[in-house]
Design a protein around this ligand. Structure first.
Ligand SMILES: COc1ccc(C(=O)Nc2ccccc2)cc1NC(=O)CCSc1ncnc(N)c1Br
Length: 272
């Protein structure tokens, strides 16, 4: 367990280790707190880059949202500090690293493994939605894996308090965007995370996203929910995917029913 959080953090408190990866807006290093030997991940963000991208407010909101989140499947933000040029985030270290690298290596996951991950994602989302937090950026790149193989949802760069209308433009892949965020409907709800969970389930089992195409074609297929489920996918898995990838947000299967879905129940041992 992390030490009693000291009032103030500063860079001198940490011994910096190997680079862990490049998150958006900054690099991340393995770090050890000198006094207690506590291992964490230290994310370095450059203030001028934050200003250039106009994301300081987003970061402040994120730090505020994260500071009262505590869940085994959500990467913890222990604290933050800054110096003249940089902002530092003290993050939980995920011992097995990045999920998307495992997916790339495996091509696609077995049904038991995918179901275990989706059950943990659903638990994390149920916790977030109860706190009226929408993640809005669920994709393999934002999922890390803990030392015991458990999922750690990370990088809440886009999280907001529901309901919300998106103000800043999006970057990165379109594959995970729900129809309601594409056809510019004024408001969207936590149901956007259910759609993304459907895309994630499909990608875990097939090894490619359901609407993958050229950007224009991807958008057309998303707003129509036009996807094909390969026949090597079990009927139960296909059933859950079809209940998540529903164009109308309110008709998507509620989170609480995901835990009871036959595909999840069949594979998930309930072992945490
Ligand atoms: C709760 O996790 C975050 C919370 C916030 C932000 C963030 O940058 N927000 C943000 C930045 C700029 C503007 C607006 C929001 C980022 C993360 N997370 C990360 O960046 C993940 C770093 S990679 C890594 N971390 C641990 N263990 C590993 N093995 C690895 Br690899």
């Amino acid at each position: 367990p992390p030490p009693q959080a000291p009032r103030e953090f500063h860079l001198g408190m940490f011994e910096i280790g190997r680079p862990l990866g490049k998150g958006k807006f900054g690099r991340v290093y393995l770090a050890k707190e000198r006094k207690n030997g506590f291992v964490c991940a230290l994310k370095v963000l450059h203030k001028n880059e934050l200003q250039k991208n106009k994301v300081e407010k987003q970061l402040r909101r994120e730090i505020e949202i994260q500071s009262n989140l505590r869940h085994p499947n959500i990467l913890q933000l222990y604290g933050h500090f800054h110096d003249s040029k940089r902002v530092f985030l003290i993050l939980e270290f995920a011992g097995q690293g990045e999920l998307y690298k495992m997916l790339q290596k495996a091509g696609r996951f077995s049904e038991p493994r995918a179901a275990e991950y989706i059950a943990q994602m659903a638990a994390a989302l149920q916790y977030l939605h109860k706190k009226h937090v929408i993640h809005r950026d669920i994709k393999p790149e934002n999922i890390l894996v803990g030392i015991h193989g458990e999922i750690k949802l990370s990088d809440f760069g886009w999280s907001v308090h529901a309901p919300n209308s998106r103000r800043t433009t999006m970057c990165g892949t379109l594959d995970y965007l729900p129809p309601e965020m594409l056809n510019g409907s004024q408001y969207h709800s936590d149901k956007v995370d259910l759609w993304s969970l459907g895309v994630l389930t499909y990608e875990f089992l097939v090894g490619a996203a359901p609407f993958e195409d050229t950007p224009i074609e991807t958008q057309k297929r998303i707003v129509k929910g036009d996807m094909k489920i390969p026949d090597f996918i079990s009927p139960e898995a296909a059933d859950l995917i079809r209940k998540l990838l529903v164009v109308k947000p309110d008709q998507r299967i509620p989170i609480s029913d995901i835990m009871k879905h036959p595909w999840i129940v069949k594979h998930v041992t309930g072992r945490s």
